[in-house]
Ligand binder design. Structure first.
Ligand code: GDP
Length: 469
């Protein structure tokens, strides 16, 4: 994407149009790269396989495969407010962090690692699906497993449903932690039934969803949860090549009074070392120091692991991609290109129903992705069913999330990350959500009459929508 002067998201979308599903730092072969580059009028040439900067060729892919090594899973905790996400993250951190140093103070850096029987597991500790999807909408895929926390005394709530939609849209497997089992009102069977109503069938009921009863307060069951996570991670065979120049994603970044710009990065492939020349979004520099959450210095960060990096010339943003480059000039130029791009904006990526129609016409899009919000549950269900009925033709509409209530920030983030639109039936916006929609270029279409809404979708699917002025 750097060579094409396009955002990683745009290149990923381009590949998706050709039916190739990839994440931001996945290795693609020369043939695939040629297809993507052609869309931007750029021709590719196979380079001699030559050190770091050589494009990856079909031949070298085989060689790279041979160097893949297991890496720790990266886990995000999602769920409704007050169901215990923070408590669970805190309990796991306090109980499992390797040998707590006397007086060693842990800092919140946005990610941490624990060990279970010598196996490392990485947790992102910015709970909540908005943060999860904000990173994803920038093209990076960081989470391997989503832990869905549901309070056993409260059941599935609106944000639990949102979290399920976000995890599904990201195609991340869900493990359920049925929390607050210590409370007398805990009803795990009710939770399991509610999960089954959402097509999440737990193992003991014949499904494949792992659900573990826990208490983030007493710690009961948390060991069991961690064990399940390591087993699942093993089955997923998560691997990365630690010998390549590093690539990763910013989880959190701040301007530290003493140390200057600091960024918590999660390395996804390769190994990041002190002294490496790096570009991180619009920032660049040489890695001056790497520390962990206890403030201890580290020599390097390997795939699947987090660390705090200093030495950048400015503060990057969460979701920015980190890359190691060969020299300072490349670092500076790449960062400047990125800066120019975000400055001019990228308005042609705005996805409206109107240009979905155009893309359907040109065969680029075969599916209209919809996030639906309506005033009452009755209208939600009626509209979802009608949309499904309309989708029996070649072009389909898929409702990836629906619910009653105002359009929220999370709805916008989800639509943005999934290249979808938001339909609002008799509802307005939550505070700030309209601005997010403008910023991310997400179209929100409002309706007061159901048949109007359905008419538009039907027209869109037939590729005949009259543009709105
Ligand atoms: P979050 O909003 O999902 O991060 O939820 P918190 O972790 O902040 O927890 C919300 C409240 O529930 C706090 O008062 C916690 O002490 C309490 N809580 C969390 N987990 C448990 C649990 O397992 N048992 C009980 N009894 N209370 C819990």
């Amino acid at each position: 994407s750097e060579l094409l002067d396009q955002t990683p998201v745009d290149v990923i979308k381009q590949l998706m149009r050709h039916g190739i599903m990839v994440s931001v730092n996945q290795v693609i072969d020369h043939q695939v790269a040629t297809v993507a580059a052609a869309a931007y009028g750029v021709r590719t040439r196979l380079a001699e396989s030559n050190a770091e900067t050589a494009p990856i060729t079909a031949d070298s892919t085989a060689q790279i495969d041979a160097q893949l090594q297991p890496r720790p899973p990266v886990i995000t905790i999602l769920g409704h407010v007050d169901h215990g996400k923070t408590s669970l993250l805190d309990y796991i951190r306090e109980s499992s962090v390797v040998q707590k140093e006397a007086g060693g103070i842990t800092q919140h850096i946005g990610a941490y690692q624990v060990e279970l029987d010598g196996q490392p597991i990485t947790f992102l500790d910015t709970p909540g699906h908005a943060a999860f999807t904000a990173i994803r909408s920038r093209g990076a895929r960081v989470t391997d497993i989503a832990v869905l926390v549901v309070a056993a005394d409260d059941g599935i709530m609106p944000q639990t449903d949102e979290a399920i939609s976000h995890a599904r849209a990201a195609e991340v497997p869900i493990v359920v932690a049925i929390n607050k089992m210590d409370l007398p009102g805990a009803q795990p069977e009710v939770i399991k039934r509610q999960l089954s109503e959402r097509n999440l069938l737990v193992e003991e009921w014949g499904g494949d969803i792992i659900a573990v009863p826990v208490s983030a307060q007493t710690g009961d069951g948390v060991g069991d949860l961690l064990e399940n996570l390591t087993v699942l991670a093993e089955v997923m065979e998560l691997k990365a090549d630690p010998t390549r120049p590093a690539a990763g994603v910013v989880v959190e970044a701040t301007l530290d009074r003493r140390r200057g710009p600091t960024a918590t990065v999660l390395i996804q492939s390769g190994t990041l070392r002190v002294g490496n020349q790096i570009v991180v979004g619009g920032a660049w520099g040489r890695v001056r120091a790497i520390t962990n959450e206890r403030g201890e210095s580290m020599d390097c960060i390997t795939p699947g692991s987090p660390g705090v990096v200093t030495g950048l010339n400015s503060t990057p943003e969460a979701g920015d991609i980190l890359q190691v480059v060969s020299d300072e000039r490349t670092a500076r130029q790449t960062a400047e290109r990125h800066g120019r791009r975000s400055h001019t904006g990228n308005l042609d990526t705005v996805l409206t129903l109107d240009n979905v129609v155009k893309q359907i016409d040109s065969g680029d899009v075969k599916e209209l992705i919809v996030v639906l919000k309506a005033d009452v549950q009755g209208s939600v269900e009626a509209i979802v069913q009608s949309i499904e009925k309309l989708s029996e033709g070649e072009v389909k509409a898929r409702v990836i999330h629906s619910g009653s209530g105002s359009v929220s920030d999370s709805d916008i983030q989800l639509a943005s990350a999934s290249d979808g639109i938001v339909l609002a039936f008799n509802v307005g916006f939550e505070i700030g959500a309209e601005r997010t929609a403008d910023r991310l270029g997400v179209e929100v279409r409002s309706y007061q009459i159901i048949y109007r809404l359905l008419e538009d979708i039907e027209q869109a699917l037939k590729g005949m929508l009259e543009p709105e002025y």
